[in-house]
Design a protein around this ligand. Structure first.
Ligand code: AMP
Length: 202
């Protein structure tokens, strides 16, 4: 299964992405995680990524597209993948489309985790206390919500028009949300009996 998980910062994408990856036996690829790992290096590129992330803005399409293309070319993506946090701009959508078209492996599903802004901001402020992420302060959180609303939320319409979008309520306990997610994904793929399913509950 090849899928995307989309939703505003703080909707729980990372948590659900890991559970989906485990459940369906596919790698979860988070551009945010890749950039967080990158930004600790002592190079001009790392400094650039660090500054952009700390401001709440987006890393350039050029850098982001290249990183994802390299990651998708790795062997573990042959049987499917879950992209978390990519694509986030129209250019990234086009680049991903072209890469997947070249390989003849189109997306199966685009999962949208819905959550309202007040709830996600509250979640992110809580995460700031527990995890101490540099971009989880209130100003940056507001910028990230705004950037998401302006640049990324409109992409949901693109995937909806293609008939790929599956929407799930992202609020609630983790297991409750993942239960809804698995049911919605199984439904979108035509039932839970697929041979691709790994570790599905019997
Ligand atoms: P995330 O963990 O997905 O919220 O991403 C954290 C930060 O990494 C974002 O606020 C951006 O600065 C950067 N980032 C992650 N994914 C992308 C992307 N697809 N395009 C541009 N910047 C990204």
């Amino acid at each position: 299964m090849r899928l995307l998980i989309m939703g505003p910062p703080g909707a729980g994408k990372g948590t659900q992405a890991k559970l989906i990856a485990e459940h369906y036996g596919i790698p979860a690829i988070s551009t945010g995680d890749i950039f967080r790992a990158m930004k600790t290096a002592d190079t001009p590129l790392a400094q650039q990524v660090r500054d952009i992330m700390n401001s709440g803005g987006y890393v350039s399409d050029e850098i982001t597209n290249q990183i994802v293309a390299e990651r998708l070319a790795e062997a573990d993506c042959e049987n499917g993948f879950l992209l978390d946090g990519y694509p986030r701009t129209p250019d990234q959508v086009d680049t991903l489309d072209a890469a997947l078209a070249d390989r003849g492996t189109p997306l199966d599903v685009v999962l949208s985790l819905r959550a309202d802004e007040d709830a996600v901001v509250a979640r992110l402020l809580k995460r700031a206390e527990t995890e101490g992420r540099a971009d989880d302060n209130e100003d940056t959180i507001r910028v990230r919500q705004q950037v998401y609303a302006e640049q990324t939320a409109p992409l949901l319409d693109v995937y909806s028009a293609r008939g790929l979008l599956v929407e799930v309520d992202g609020l609630g306990e983790i297991a409750e949300v993942s239960g809804r997610v698995f049911a919605a994904l199984d439904d979108a793929r035509g039932g839970a009996g697929s041979a691709e399913l790994i570790g599905a509950p019997s």
